[in-house]
Write a protein that binds this ligand. Sequence first.
Ligand SMILES: [Fe+2]
Length: 400
Amino acid sequence: MAYYRQVGEVPQKRHTQFRDPEGRLYYEELMGEEGFSSDSSLLYHRGVPSAIASAETWELPDQTRMPNHPLKPRHLRLHTLETGADPVTSRRLVLGNADVRISYVVTGGAENGPSPLYRNAIGDECVFVESGSGTVETVFGVLSYRSGDYVVIPRATTHRWAPAEPSRLYAIEANSHIAPPKRYLSRYGQLLEHAPYSERDLHGPSAVHLTEGTDVEVLVKHRVGGQVVGTRFTYATHPFDVVGWDGCLYPYTFNLDDYMPITGKVHQPPPVHQVFEGHNFVVCNFLPRKVDYHPLAVPVPYYHSNVDSDEVMFYVAGDYEARKGSGIGLGSISLHPGGHAHGPQPEAIEASLGAEYFEESAVMVDTFAPLELGEGGLACEDPEYAWSWARSVASGTIDR
Ligand SMILES: [Fe+2]
């Protein structure tokens, strides 16, 4: 993200001597993307950031995936999924492919303490906070989070979650970087006037978070071949020893309330609702908004075949009584795979005519490669969903 930020103390010139009050040198670390060819930050550590004393295997939760075969639209009821309380190690894999994985966890509250220190070396994480609040402590400083936040954590950022209250976390873990869509950005990286949000809406750390410690464990998620695996490092000193940093690479939050929906005279396609993009996937959100104002507009979507993508809708707020007949409710995921046309229950089209406002909130992930089901997804599937259009049992179902 080409949006410069400076926190704590940094030397006047990069790569020059920078000492503490006792005269000891700080250790400068560059965290940079795409080799040395993209966004980066410079961090100044009290300890040596590469000083590990041990490396052991960290056994991840079940990462196996089952292909969506025979091909079906799927309805997964995340609120029926039981998880352990830890924001990092208790995530259950719901959906995934070689580009992105979606996991879900319902954390404990403050009494459970923070998660282990953790970083994802596979890609950026965009964790959507369905509900709850707390902080995410990072090597860059502390982020506060609340319901409706996307917490975007760059690849290899050491951090830990500290929920203040039980939190429902929908973790979108990329194998790549996650950023605003390129079409929202000027050629130098500023968010343009037509973007539905601006830099003011992105909240990064505002102070360093110095923590003392020795022999500190950090869990690292990484790849071996095509597999997702984990390693448990022990560091000689605490990774949260950064006295200052500056640059354009850092974690931040963005809240749904700060997204200004783009509306139209007739139905607008999902790209107007886009928030972020990663390699081979996008993140969109459908939020409360005025709907189409052409006198003959059909507010609900047309049937659509996403020939190049699988579409994952996560229904997070609003009145979903209107979806009776499909079984979709709050906490539901619908997976509409490529190769299958989907859209409203037929009765919903007439029922929507004249509507002026939609109340629903949903977060969508579209992937350009087929998604497979994780063990968590299979554990909470409603097996009847695929046949709901054929049954056409009720009116008013609205699907994006
Ligand atoms: Fe759709």
